[in-house]
Ligand binder design. Sequence first.
Ligand SMILES: C[S@@+](CC[C@H](N)C(=O)[O-])C[C@H]1O[C@@H](n2cnc3c(N)ncnc32)[C@H](O)[C@@H]1O
Length: 317
Amino acid sequence: MKWAGGKSRLLDRLMKRLPAGRFATYAEPFCGGGAMFFALAAEPVRRFERALLADKNAELVALYQAIKLDVEPLIDRLQGYQDDYLRLGDDERRKRFYTVRALTTEQMSPVDRGARLLFLNKTCFNGLWRVNAKGHFNVPFGKYASPRILDIEVLRAAHEALSVADIRLADFSEVTRELRRGDFVYFDPPYVPVSKTANFTAYASARFGPAEQDRLATELAVLRKRGVSAMLSNASTAEMRTLYEGHGFFVDTILAARAINSDPSKRGDVSELVVTTYETGEARPAKPAKPAKPAKPAKPAKPAKPAKKPARRRAAG
Ligand SMILES: C[S@@+](CC[C@H](N)C(=O)[O-])C[C@H]1O[C@@H](n2cnc3c(N)ncnc32)[C@H](O)[C@@H]1O
């Protein structure tokens, strides 16, 4: 699934930086599209026994729970969505999109909720998920000739992967408090904006502001003390570097192509931080701050030069 901030294009570089060996629990508390989890679950020899996934987005969590519980009813629902949609003309498709978008989901079953999310994700503009202050999905219609609303193979593989996962609608801290030595956690939080004018992606109605970024860095330090290995991604800004280097983590920079931006001119490469609690062979530990140089002894004041003779004024005239 396409998800704002999704990590599929960075996976090779992130996976190179995973800790060696196996983990008892693999945790991803900002799961989103779960690129890292699904890649790890697809490895021929799994390096984790169980997974703990969480997100604050209720629609996304409902989707994963539906896939895990029994994927076939979800496949049937999506088949219905796809058959109907592909039969419609442009105007009717647009109407169908806005009707589905306007549905209130609180009373829906996880299957209906999950099917709605996937339908909207595949038919909206740019395939991203963004919500307004009330938490309602507000991305406009995207005009695609034949969107793939249903991918049976991918859904069945996701069902298989999620069979060992505990999936929660929760704040990241609820996940981290359960982790122990031998576990591994990957944090991919909403990024800090790279500039004052940059947009902050709203994945859920609660914003992830500076206080949340600090809370996360503190949590990473607690985990390191407990012997849990952790990796974290964020935008490479001076504040983030200072924050994580200040805690003495390993901080590394990688280049990422940023795809989701409504302005194509802002889709170029950006650098991202990869912070780890362990050595990766790629990143050097943050250098301790240099001790301040001792102040140079003040030079003795030069003796004052004797005053120059005043220039003789030419006599006027
Ligand atoms: C950058 S995205 C994760 C992308 C993901 N790694 C992927 O590959 O698609 C960040 C996610 O964090 C979730 N989120 C925001 N605040 C949260 C919080 N306090 N606790 C847990 N999840 C949160 C958002 O809903 C969003 O899905």
